[in-house]
Each structure stands twice: as C-alpha cells, then as structure tokens.
Ligand binder design. Structure first.
Ligand code: PLP
Length: 381
C-alpha cells in the first residue's frame, strides 16, 4: 500500500465481532474470562484495549514499523523511552528541542543518574564526538521546535549503528506524511499525537513506533508496568485523525509556503525560519529526507522586542494564541514565554529563541485570509 491508502486501511480490519467498519470505542476496563487466563486476547485495559490496538496498528503502518504503542501524552511516550535506561547511562540530545522534553530530561531523569548532553546537530557528524561507553540513546527532533532546524537522520543513524546506540526521532513536526525515520535507520519514532496525527486540537496523546521485537517488548513492559496509557475515546479520535492526515498535511504544506514567503518579504520581519527556503542552513537535507516542508515556521521582528511580539499575538484574529500545533486551525505562540519557558533565557537565546520570536502553526484555512490576518497585526507594530 502507498502512504495515502495506509492512513485509511493500514493494518486495519473491520471489527471482528460486529463487522463495524470503524473500530468501536471499547469503553471497558476489563473483559470476561471463561476460566482464569482464558480470554479473547484482552484481560485488562491498561494492558490492552481493542480501540487502542487498532490505533497502535495504524501508527505502525504509517511509520513503516512493526510495533506501535500509545500513551496519555507525548511526554508519557518520552518517559517510557527513558525508562529503558539505568543510572550512569547517557543520552546525546539535540540542543534545540521542545521545552517539555528538555524539562523531563533535566528535571526528572537527571535526578535518577541519567546524563544528558545537549548538542547542536545542524552538522549531525558532531554527535560522534559526544559518544562514550555509557551512551545509550541519541535523541533527535527534526524539524526542531521552534527553530525549524533540520537534522540529518541518516547521518545520526550511521553513528548510532556504528556505536550500537539507539536512535530515537521525535517526528511530531514532520509526521509520517513528510518523513519516515525508521526507513532512514532510526530505532524509535516518537510522536506527540496531540498535534498533526490527532489534527483537530481535541486530544492529548503520545506514540512510539519501533521495528525490533526485543525493544518493543521492553517498551510494552514499561507501558503496562507504569500505566501511562491513553483511553479508548482518545484512541478513536486519533485513529479518525490519521485517516485524513495526508490531505491535511498537503494543505498545511501549501499554506506554510505561502505564509513563509509572505513574511520573508515583509519590511517589519527580521528573519523567517522555515526549511523550504533555499538559504535555510540544511535546506538540501530537508529536501532529501522530507517530502515537503511542513506547516510550521517561526519568525522574529526587527528591533527584537517582546512588546512587538505580544502586540502581534494579542491581535491575530485567525492565528489563535495558544499552546500546541498541528490542528486544522492556525495557531500562534510565543516560545520564549510559552512552550520554551522551561529553558533558561541564556540557553534559549543561544539557540535562537529570542524575545521577538513567534511560532506559527499554519492551519488549513484559505491562505488569503491567513495573509490578511498577518497583515493587519503587523500594521500595529
Ligand atoms: C516536538 C514535540 N515533542 C513532544 C511534545 C510533547 O507532547 P505532549 O504535549 O503531547 O505531551 C510536544 C508538545 O508540544 C512537541 O511539540
């Protein structure tokens, strides 16, 4: 099956008990057993639930993986990955990543003796110089949040294979529509399914997809033992979201390009960060490893004041000021005070998260309306 067909049919079957074309919401915590241990494949909904299974299979299909696991949030999925580590183990992570990921690494797992190296991965060959005998995971986010940097997944995978380290890729921004990290040699794909996979800003969920059975068993064990699973209603919503992922992403990419090009020409805009520009530092890598350039972008304004940034986000009419991204509706955010507030000022400015930076999640509205909205707000600064 090709990708668009997989979003609708991949690893899916009609409900075996009724023939329902869409997997029902199995709103049940438990399942009747004929005799102890004699059940129909489901014993307790923390361990497994048919609606969740349908979603986990769909995710495995669209990421070209063998196994999918879903969680109560993207961070719960990250938490699961980190729990395969032991005190003394080390992680090499990109230094430009979602603030919540930085927070769970530094504020939760560092206290259990895990060491994190935050490294600029614009040149992915840099990763090798941080590898030592304790390195267990390379953590990559590409495109990165919010600077839209691109990391070469194939180079990161070559390094991870050479040193027998796991490569985990947060594929939230790109989605499997744009890139499939497992095909490029990654071991774990992670998603905040809250974003494009759900696609309608109505659910919080996380996902992991892997190929290796032993790794999948380890992660399933943690998922079941720690219990950060998602419910059947949320599973249904994300499964429904995935069925239109390809058409939504196509429009997100088209609108993203129009908005990026408009902003780049605007006299009050200092810089636009979007991997589709030929002068983006890793544009050629983006072109090779992604099918298109996505609907996420960030921009800073001339003079770089927080006041201008606040004026803009307070006055957008369509780009609603809100946390999150990847829904059908356009959203704006001020990373320095919102998503990346958890990163100290000095560290965030080093990676480009300056006071005037605004991140846009370009939705699938008519692009003319989106441009008018930007126009009227930019006239106010
Ligand atoms: C790139 C990225 N990874 C992980 C997360 C965390 O996901 P969640 O909010 O679903 O816990 C987010 C949330 O914004 C994100 O943008």
């Amino acid at each position: 099956m090709k990708f668009n067909t997989k979003t609708i049919h991949g690893k899916q079957q009609h409900d075996p008990s009724t023939g329902a074309v869409i997997p029902p919401i199995y709103q049940t915590s438990t399942y009747a057993q004929a005799s102890p241990g004699d059940h129909k494949g489901y014993a307790y909904s923390r361990t497994g639930n048919p609606t969740r299974t349908a979603l986990e299979n769909a995710l495995a299909s669209i990421e070209n993986g063998n196994y999918g696991l879903t969680f109560g949030s993207g961070l719960a999925a990250i938490d699961c990955v980190l729990k395969i580590l032991k005190p003394g183990d080390e992680v090499i992570s990109t230094n430009d990543l979602y603030g919540g990921t930085y927070r769970i690494f530094t504020k939760i797992f560092e206290q259990y003796g895990i060491k994190f190296h935050f490294v600029g991965m614009e040149n992915a060959h840099n990763i090798a110089s941080f590898v030592n005998e304790n390195t267990k995971i390379i953590w990559v986010e590409t495109p990165t949040n919010p600077m839209l940097n691109i990391i070469d997944i194939k180079v990161a995978a070559e390094i991870s294979k050479k040193y027998n380290i796991l490569l985990a890729v947060d594929n939230t921004f790109a989605t499997p529509y744009l890139q499939n990290p497992l095909d490029m040699g990654a071991d774990i794909v992670m998603h905040s399914a809250t974003k494009y996979l759900g696609g309608h800003s109505d659910v919080v969920m996380g996902a992991l997809i892997v190929n290796d059975k032993d790794l999948a068993d380890q992660l399933y064990f943690i998922q079941n033992s720690c219990g950060a699973i998602c419910g059947p209603m949320d599973s249904f919503l994300v499964l429904r979201g995935i069925k239109t992922l390809h058409v939504r992403m196509q429009r997100h990419c088209e609108n993203g390009k129009i908005v990026a090009e408009y902003l780049a020409k605007h006299p009050k805009v200092e810089k636009v960060y979007w991997p589709g520009f030929e002068d983006h530092p890793n544009h050629s890598i983006a072109k090779t490893q992604m099918k298109d350039f996505g609907g996420m972008l960030s921009f800073s304004t001339k003079g770089n004041t927080i006041k201008d940034a606040f004026t803009l986000v307070e006055n957008f009419k369509l780009f609603t000021l809100a946390e999150s991204l990847g829904g059908v509706e356009s959203l704006s955010g001020h990373p320095a005070s919102m998503t990346h507030g958890a990163i100290p000022k000095e560290a965030r400015e080093k990676i480009g998260v300056v006071d005037s930076l605004i991140r846009l999640s370009v939705g699938i509205e008519d692009s003319e309306d989106l441009i008018s909205d930007l126009e009227q707000a930019l006239a106010l600064i």
